[in-house]
Design a protein around this ligand. Sequence first.
Ligand code: PLP
Length: 394
Amino acid sequence: MKKIPLYGSLSVLPDDYVFARTAKRKKEYMLAHPEAEIIDLGIGDVTGPLPRSAATELSKAVLEQSEKASFRGYGPYEGYEFCRKAVSDYYFRRTGVKVSEGDIFIGDGAKSAIMRLMLMFESEIVVFSPAYPAYADCAAALGKKVKTVTRSAQGDFQPRPDSLALKPYLVILCSPDNPTGTAIKREVMRDWFEFCRKSGSAILFDAAYENFCAEEGVFSAYMQDGMKDYAVEIGSLSKSACFTGLRGGWTVIPSEIADGRLKKAYERMLAATYNGCPYVVQRAMSGALSKDGDFERSAIKNEMRSAAKILSLALASVGFGVTNSDNSPYIWAEKPKKLNGVESFGYFIGNLGIAITPGEGFGKEWSGFIRLSVLGGEKAATAAARRILAHFKE
Ligand code: PLP
């Protein structure tokens, strides 16, 4: 039989995506040990519920769709005006920066936007390791050249431009980032601005965790003056408003970048490949991004912060090196020496009944670290902290 040729770069991807792999291993373990009560701190999913502000708007929109007079079919590719305005107003409340509604594109979350944006640039892509694995996977799938820069645990994981040549790159910055929870410092963002200005590089700023960031960190590229000339940005309600199942996010492409050519090309590409985020979801997004929604998202953040504190203290007290977790719903922890060479996922699930994500899922050199998610809230974090204290203090 003749072989069907597939797109070449697909073969360079690892066999499975890191979070799919850990989910599969967890399922296999649970099948083999049906009595085990597993606490899942592995995949970064939320446990809900949706904020009331989002749910109310969502249900109203569903009813509108059930009436002939208010029914809506295909919407604008770039998103409805009411939703783009809700994002723009939210930016202003959160950052004090005016992001024009016309530069905002509504989509189904941050992940699909990463691939669309990578497609728009010719340049080599810079990824700071450890990193959200989708960056390198997307780039590889598209056949893009990737430059991986390893961050220094000693330099508190700040991604800096120092080691890069002065040439045009597409640099991916995430702040606060997954997995380390590092929020980029304002002076480091200033260095990035200077770098872009001198090199012709652009920034893809991933603000998926902006809601969790303390005021002194950078949670939007546009907090740096002049960055609208160089940075595109993606945002998401997945973690801040429990939208992982509903799906809703945005992309900002300032008209200033490349004299408007990037925005124009993106609009053209979107029209050819995407029929828009569902109307009912955009209504839910506007609810979550309203002033009432701000309070509810703040409550979600506060619960995660307190869960992160409980778990970090427990880990630190038994010898793990915990990276500051004030800015994100993840804890990035260096294993104590006695666990050197131990395979983390198997060890934690087998001995503690806790599913974690091994550090090497975020870059091969990080097997000495683990990532724990507190997106499941305080109850799960407290139960896990008890098991950690009991196990390692033995
Ligand atoms: N960016 C980062 C850094 C993430 O950690 C995630 C999800 O975990 C995403 C983007 C994707 O978010 P979304 O659910 O909006 O696609």
